[in-house]
Design a protein around this ligand. Structure first.
Ligand code: PFF
Length: 447
């Protein structure tokens, strides 16, 4: 397979595209509920630490491979392995990433579908003037309705696959330019409101007062998985975007900008959501429904609250849309690399992901009594294993490939940074990220 000549239209467009991939459910939905379930500040501290020591350096490695190969993940790995005289089997890492994004997208589409339901519900007035208990009950009724779950999952996947079918579109770049900044503005307004509530002080203490006693192997593994998930690292999805990176752009600078923007969204959402939780005496360990129950309560206290809530779900939907497009891209690119037309590849991937998504979609109704492993249903399984195990494992292999296998000049050239910065990255990945990844993965798996 030959090199792609397609490029993002500018450096800024590349940063926005990667930020679009990074910012999504991970920041606004997953981060708050995982923090709630894993001891508040303990989880937050570990997550930030892992973003700095693992997420950032491996993210640079992953995008660098895409940029150096200028091909789909599978073909880039095969090409670069060949160039370094290494085993062609490294290409299977591309396939492993494809399997990982397949499972992630299957539940991602289901949960993003919940935002569609809530967006419509907001404008219908269904969520107005309800007590927290009523909002919680309505959420559970929704989960238990197989038809609404499947309908929204289908709609969201159609939105995603129709963009991926036509290639990375410039239309999306323009929307990104407009809607990403708006998301930040809205989150800042929400935090401003949260600061006026009684729950704000408690939320700040819960999030930022160190709580070392809550740390155990499980919390550590969850925080590591989350660091990869939130940055979209470990499955080759960013490798696919790196293939279109402009020629003269510093990769380390770009990934630092993206990580800062990504952490900001998580912190703003966390502060807003936990202020509401504590102000209304709600339960921080509520689980995956946390955001969908707290935000309607928060906004209903604000003047014009339902309009704000509607805008919020619209922006969330946009954020999840750009992430799901990134999740689908490597699968579609790899399939079309085998000679299949891009639109056909998108259709096939769409059908596969849709079918797999039925399992998490029906986990609260038709399949509620089925627990394939321990007391986990399909939804629990697919929201944990691919994120907490597959992404770090993929990240580990990517890190090894980038720093021990690839030819050093090629790697440094594709990083596009000063020699001293490249050396710093190399040593960080080799001697900090890789050993840390191995230790946390092993201790999490065998604890
Ligand atoms: N980073 C996305 C989020 O936080 O919602 C999710 C994601 C995208 C994970 C792409 C993995 C991936 F390859």
């Amino acid at each position: 397979m030959s090199e792609t000549t397609e490029r993002w239209s500018s450096k800024r467009a590349f940063i926005l595209a990667v930020t679009g991939a990074a910012v999504g459910l991970g920041n606004i939905w997953r981060f708050p509920y995982m923090t709630g379930e894993n001891g508040g500040s303990a989880f937050l501290m570990l997550y930030v630490l892992f973003v700095l020591l693992l997420g950032l350096p491996v993210m640079a490695a992953e995008i660098m491979i895409g940029r150096a190969g200028r091909r789909t993940p599978l073909a880039a790995l095969a090409y670069l392995a060949g160039k370094a005289g290494a085993s062609p089997h490294w290409r299977w890492l591309g396939l492993f990433g494809g399997i990982t994004v397949f499972f992630i997208l299957s539940f991602y589409s289901v949960v993003s579908g919940w935002s569609i339901e809530y967006l419509v519900g907001t404008f219908n007035g269904d969520l107005a003037d309800r007590t927290p208990a009523e909002i919680g009950a309505a959420f559970n009724d929704f989960l238990a309705d197989p038809y609404r779950m499947i309908f929204n999952h289908t709609l969201f996947l159609l939105m995603t696959m129709s963009v991926v079918a036509t290639g990375i579109s410039s239309g999306l770049e323009k929307l990104n330019n407009l809607l990403m900044p708006l998301l930040y503005v809205l989150l800042i307004i929400l935090v401003g409101y949260a600061a006026t509530t009684d729950g704000f002080g408690m939320a700040m203490r819960w999030l930022f007062t160190p709580n070392l006693a809550a740390i155990n192997a499980h919390v550590v593994l969850n925080a590591m998985g989350h660091a990869f998930f939130t940055l979209a690292v470990g499955a080759g999805a960013l490798m696919a975007y790196g293939a279109y990176m402009p020629e003269h752009q510093s990769l380390p600078r770009a990934v630092i900008a993206v990580a800062a923007l990504d952490i900001a969204v998580a912190l703003l959402s966390g502060i807003a959501i936990f202020s509401v939780v504590f102000a209304h005496g709600m339960d921080p360990t509520e689980g995956p429904g946390l955001m969908f129950v707290t935000l309607p309560v928060a906004f209903s206290d604000l003047p014009g609250g339902m309009i704000w809530l509607g805008i919020f779900f619209l922006l969330l939907l946009f954020a999840t849309w750009t992430s799901s497009i990134n999740l689908a891209e490597p699968m579609v690119a790899m399939l079309s690399g085998t000679g299949i037309k891009r639109s056909t590849a998108a259709l096939l991937v769409g059908i596969g992901v849709w079918s797999a998504g039925l399992l998490p979609a029906l986990s609260f109704s038709t399949l509620a009594t089925i627990h394939p492993v321990g007391n986990m249903n399909f939804f629990d399984l697919v929201t944990t294993i691919p994120t907490d195990i597959f992404l770090p494992l993929g990240g580990l292999l990517i890190a090894i490939f980038a720093t021990w296998i690839m030819d050093r000049d090629t790697a440094f050239g594709a990083l596009g940074a000063r020699e001293s910065h490249c050396m710093l990255w190399l040593n960080l990945v080799r001697f900090v990220s890789i050993p840390l990844l191995i230790i946390v993965l092993l201790s999490g798996l065998f604890a």
